[in-house]
Design a protein around this ligand. Sequence first.
Ligand code: ZN
Length: 204
Amino acid sequence: MPHDASDDDTRRRPRLRAIAQVGAPVLRSPTQQVSASALHRPEIQELIDDLIATMRHANGAGLAANQIFEPLRICAIEVGDNPRYPYKPKIPLTILVNPILTPIGEETFFNYEGCLSVPDLRGEVERSAQVRVQALSRSGEPLDFVTKGITAGTYQHECDHLDGKLFLDRVSDPSTLCTWANFRAHREREFRARVADVVARYGA
Ligand code: ZN
């Protein structure tokens, strides 16, 4: 009997999902916890596959499930050679389910953030320099680690989404708001120097 490759391929291919844009109510509602039993259901695992594919396709540093209209407490984070954020330290693919972030210490820094749900706008946001991350992995394993500096900023941005918050809510100085083109033209050089300073203090 001829071998049919599709017999082995029980998981469907990831789909690219639409990304909710600012003003969509799904971005403003806190997301729901995912139980350990629900996490193992195929539809949740497929949602996670779609989240990763959609994040990568859009060159995001992360993506939260409610950004693809699924109001669940799940987000993906990954930074490789990212054309949107060429200065960001690399982060291996990480899936957080039901994450809890706890700041460590009082130190903060100003991060220049953008968001796939906020087209063509960036702004400065104060972030904790070190945070403890507690979550489940996509297979239900407990995760507990500390993240620092620019990477800690990325974690805080994604977990804010799961609480119905956008980086815009945390921009204390609206004069820092700028388009991506104006960020590159007027802000990126200074910000890269700040990133180098933050990386020197807290590591990549
Ligand atoms: Zn975002």
